[in-house]
Design a protein around this ligand. Sequence first.
Ligand SMILES: NC(=O)c1ccc[n+]([C@@H]2O[C@H](COP(=O)([O-])OP(=O)(O)OC[C@H]3O[C@@H](n4cnc5c(N)ncnc54)[C@H](O)[C@@H]3O)[C@@H](O)[C@H]2O)c1
Length: 353
Amino acid sequence: MLRFALVGCGRIAKRHAELLAQGQIAHAELAAVCDVVPAKAERIGTRFSIPHFEDMHRMMSAIRPDVAVVLTESGRHAEHVIGLAKYRCNIIVEKPMALTLDDADAMIRACDGVGVRLFVVKQNRFNVPVVKLREALEQGRFGRLVLGTVRVRWCRTQAYYDQDPWRGTWALDGGVLSNQASHHVDLLEWMMGDVDSVFAKSATALARIEAEDTAVVVLRFCSGALGIIEATTAARPTDLEGSISLLGEFGSVEIGGFAVNEMKMWKFAQPDANDENVMARYSVNPPNVYGFGHQAYYEHVIDCIRNNKQQLVDGLEGRKSLELISAIYESIETGREVQLRFRPSRCRLGVRR
Ligand SMILES: NC(=O)c1ccc[n+]([C@@H]2O[C@H](COP(=O)([O-])OP(=O)(O)OC[C@H]3O[C@@H](n4cnc5c(N)ncnc54)[C@H](O)[C@@H]3O)[C@@H](O)[C@H]2O)c1
């Protein structure tokens, strides 16, 4: 049994706690939770009959878990991961791993320095149709990739942003690109390969927040393929879709649904015996935009720890999509096309005034 402890008992913690505490993940148990707001820790602690704390250091010293899970505000992930590294347990951090490349580097250094494994949550990589798409890509079924696009058309009302002061701020969250669409940006880069340059525009269309609620991005990949990111939380009146399309020389695939869970198109010039079943077997739209991926994600983490396997998204892999998101914000600020690899100078994401 691996014993998990949660740092942060807010919205997403509920999902982590339910999975870990209700026997849905083999070889895992929820050992304790903490939150600086005692009532939040108490709510989860009492519900699952486990110890709850106000301070993460007191929890770590008392419980000594095998895995600490950081579920705090995005702009505080670095401080918490670095603070936890000294307890020398495995660390999972929710997406985005951090908001600045300096923070991401410091987290990787802190974990590597004491031999701690860092896992970044990118649960959409484990969605069943996404796994199938990746398999087709690795088999070379697309040939040369031509165009990769992602769409995030979600509905986040003012009430969503107003429920916590950190939401939509540059210092602790950023906008739709760094928060909601960070999954889709990660998927696009994972499928299409390294990015050469980006050009982006954004707007704060409907929400009263510092950062953007709507953005469009044109990408050029190192392979020569092109890409588009379309991201908004200003879709009304409900969530519409979270999707990815890959077009290649020999085939085209589109996965849609709310959370990249529904196979919409699966077409290859050279059909495979299993192709006929793909549409039926790999298209399950989840009940909400979080999708089903967290369960598969935890199973992956446990497999990596128990069997000493390499995790799919470690600190360096998590940093890659942060670098891309930072480059997109740099393009928005400068009005210019931005080449990767780069260090931001004008991007406001994660900057504390
Ligand atoms: N993977 C996903 O699909 C997904 C979905 C939602 C949120 N998230 C990510 O999860 C993180 C949390 O989001 P949320 O919506 O749950 O936020 P939230 O504001 O509801 O919860 C954050 C909690 O962390 C607590 N906290 C802050 N500092 C702490 C500390 N030092 N010790 C203990 N607790 C502390 C806060 O009091 C708060 O309760 C964000 O980074 C977000 O991007 C990921």
